[in-house]
Design a protein around this ligand. Structure first.
Ligand code: CTP
Length: 398
């Protein structure tokens, strides 16, 4: 059975190019249904759309001839993806703020499938901060924005704002739709970021972890269809994918409690957080004054989350730990793999330039309980995450 695409057309001159986009999807075996705003139909006709898509155009929510189905709900369920091209500044604003006053904007609210938005407008409009902020909001909520090209615009100027060519839009959407879904239905628990251990009401002990590696792992697993629980210490990273459920925690103890609540249901558990090993034995109730020449803070060990999960995990749960080492790296990593009863351990070396904390790149070696070793090159954290998830996948299919 072919894949189902819903194409939304809003009122911009680039609507004429969307006719080629409909054809491209049809030619490549997709079933296409189209919804268009009233303004879009100033540029293209219902007859053209219906002839190309071989389906009835949905444009009027109160059409006397409609069937008894609630069209925007049934279309949202039918769709595997929703492509809005061209997306005007107006429709982007409506999407960003939940306004549903026509068929297209109502369908957007009902949609739970991947959404691709191809903006098209005059350069000044596109660069207007309000449009940019609306686009950012939509990105944060998981929409994929197909950034407009630079080029000659219908208003006679050149600049950015031109809708991406139908071929480019088709290629991206088609590629996303064929991405592997091998973790569909699997549950993945990921810890990320640092923990903050309070000393007094204003101070804490923390570390340099940004959380990026864990967030990239979460995105990568979610894109493969997994339902991800992401337990994160304080981090400014944003989880985009709708399959990611984020649990914010601060301390090692909170992270431990949250993980213990979630662990039973998981198929894969990846502990990439830089959890504090020690926490102050007592948190001062008031801000500590600098009355003394010296200050000692007594520290006690935190619970080791990875080791605790290692103790209770079932045969069919895959446990992955991280090791950050500065000396005897391989030996220490293998020791951790064994001591904490993990199935895989990912060794981060702080010696490699460009790897580790606060960098966009990383280089890792993965050691498995069955004695294998997978070394990566220095790559973006997104690519490293992809490799780790691919390796994990090999082990859950065993
Ligand atoms: N970890 C954890 N809970 C802790 C400490 C660490 O779950 N309280 C996990 C980390 O998320 C990581 C792994 O343990 O997956 C290794 O952490 P690391 O700090 O490198 O090792 P430690 O066990 O703390 O050993 P050491 O500090 O002695 O190297």
């Amino acid at each position: 059975m072919g894949k189902h695409i819903v194409i939304g057309i809003s009122g911009g001159i680039a609507a004429y190019k969307t006719m080629s986009l409909i054809r491209l999807f049809k030619k490549n075996g997709y079933d296409v249904r189209v919804t268009a705003t009233r303004n879009a139909l100033q540029f293209v006709t219902p007859l053209t759309i219906e002839t190309l898509s071989q389906n009835k155009l949905y444009t009027d929510m109160f059409d006397q001839n409609r069937t008894l189905e609630v069209e925007h709900i049934s279309m949202a369920e039918w769709a595997d993806a929703f492509v809005v091209a061209p997306a005007t500044a107006n429709i982007i604003a409506k999407f960003a703020h939940g306004i549903a006053d026509d068929a297209l904007s109502t369908l957007f609210l009902a949609m739970r499938k991947p959404v691709f938005i191809a903006p098209a407008m005059n350069t000044n409009m596109f660069q207007n901060p309000v449009v940019q902020e609306n686009i950012e909001l939509l990105k944060k909520r998981g929409c994929e924005i197909l950034a407009p090209d630079e080029g000659f615009l219908a208003c006679g100027t050149t600049g950015s704002g031109r809708m991406q060519e139908p071929e480019q839009i088709f290629d991206i959407v088609d590629q996303r739709m064929s991405e592997d879904q091998t973790l569909a239905g699997k549950r993945v628990l990921i810890t990320a970021g640092p923990t903050y251990e309070p000393i007094d009401p204003v101070r804490f002990i923390g570390n340099h972890s940004s959380g990026l590696m864990g967030f990239c792992l979460a995105e990568s697993a979610a894109r493969k269809g997994a339902i991800v629980s992401l337990v994160s210490g304080p981090s400014s990273c944003i989880a985009h994918h709708r399959n990611i459920h984020r649990y914010d925690v601060k301390t090692a103890e909170e992270m431990y409690q949250q993980c213990m609540q979630l662990v039973d249901k998981q198929d894969i558990i990846i502990m990439s957080a830089a959890v504090a090993d020690y926490t102050p034995a007592h948190v001062a109730p008031e801000k500590i004054k600098k009355d003394n020449a010296q200050l000692s803070v007594e520290l006690v060990k935190t619970k080791d989350i990875l080791a605790s999960v290692g103790k209770i995990k079932r045969e069919n749960q895959l446990l992955i730990g991280f090791a950050l080492e500065t000396e005897n790296e391989v030996e220490n990593a293998k020791k951790k793999l064994h001591n904490k009863n993990a199935d895989l351990i990912v060794l981060n070396s702080l010696r490699t330039k460009g790897a580790g904390f606060r960098t966009a790149t990383n280089q890792v070696t993965i050691f498995s309980k069955d004695g294998r070793e997978f070394a990566s090159e220095l790559k973006s954290k997104q690519e490293i995450a992809e490799e780790i998830i691919q390796t994990a996948r090999k082990y859950i299919h065993k």
